[in-house]
Design a protein around this ligand. Structure first.
Ligand code: HXC
Length: 257
């Protein structure tokens, strides 16, 4: 299925959203954002989808918000539109999400990649928040998610200088889950997505929510949230099946219930 700026594919239990504005290095205009959010929402409400992959082209995951679309806007425009808040709905997806990043992930591109639960980088990936070079600053969560992912030292370095970091540095800093060769990026990411999608979906929701909670709470409150969420998984048929399968030395059959 192809819309104007993305292609969307349901492959088994994995949903794949591919950014497809090659002439602008997948720059995120508002129409593209709305298409991604709609596709992700459709997948998120479909229990036959257990993982969502967001990717771009080999040259660019996304080279940022669309500067040409932004350039003419006034303060009154952006505050009235709550400019770029559309992406909050992508960050709120409950199904596990994976960004498969090849080439440039800059500005809004880096910010959207950081909204995903896992970030798989090709060897040629380049991450950065170059908004400062345009006289502005990150506005789709970059200052918050980058600081939480890599700490203050590197977040300040990237946000204040606008420089790019390569895949190795991004992995060392804790931004990236894994690095793979550029030509195997999609295959490797799909293998990870299929693995995640083969698990109990309600257990994955619970696990994802608990890990995400680590950024929202004190340690004591987070541990308490985790314990109660863990207890809640004992209401799942999949939890009984998973443990019974282990005891009986057979693979589990999850029904996502
Ligand atoms: C609009 C863009 C774009 C962008 C690239 N293009 N990035 N158009 N918005 N963010 C367009 C170029 O204008 C050009 O179009 C075509 O894509 C190819 O780009 P080139 O620059 O010719 O390619 P290259 O020389 O390979 O350089 C790649 C690049 C460079 C280093 C990634 O394009 C670049 O610096 N882009 C801008 C990166 C950036 O500043 N991103 C942050 C945006 S601000 P034509 O028509 O000339 O062929 C942001 C704010 C988020 O993200 C918060 C908002 C609330």
């Amino acid at each position: 299925q192809t819309t104007e700026h993305i292609t969307v594919e349901w492959r088994g239990r994995v949903g794949i959203i591919t950014l497809n504005r090659p002439h602008a290095l997948n720059a995120l205009n508002l129409a593209l954002g709305a298409e991604v959010v709609a596709a992700a929402a459709a997948m998120d409400t479909d229990p036959s989808i257990g993982a969502i992959v967001l990717t771009g082209s080999e040259k660019a995951f996304a080279a940022g918000a669309d500067i040409k679309e932004m350039a003419g806007r006034s303060y009154a425009d952006v505050i009235r539109e709550d400019f770029f808040s559309v992406w909050d709905r992508f960050a709120a997806v409950r199904t596990p999400t994976i960004a498969a990043v090849s080439g440039y992930a800059l500005g809004g591109g880096c910010e959207v990649a950081m909204m995903c639960d896992l970030l798989i980088a090709a060897e040629n990936a380049r991450f950065g928040q170059p908004e400062i070079t345009l006289g502005t600053m990150p506005g789709i969560g970059g200052t918050q998610r980058l600081a939480r992912a890599v700490g203050k030292a590197k977040a300040m370095d990237l946000v204040l200088t606008g420089r790019m970091m390569d895949a190795e540095e991004a992995e060392r800093a804790g931004l990236v889950s894994r690095i793979v060769t550029t030509d195997t990026l999609l295959d490797e990411t799909l293998a990870i997505a299929e693995k995640i999608a083969s698990m109990s979906l309600p257990a994955a929701y619970a696990a994802k929510e608990a890990v995400a909670h680590a950024h929202e709470s004190t340690l004591a409150a987070g541990v308490q949230f985790e314990r109660r969420t863990f207890h809640a998984t004992f209401a799942l048929a999949d939890r009984a099946e998973g443990m019974a399968a282990f005891v009986e030395k057979r693979p589990p059959t999850f029904t996502h219930a």
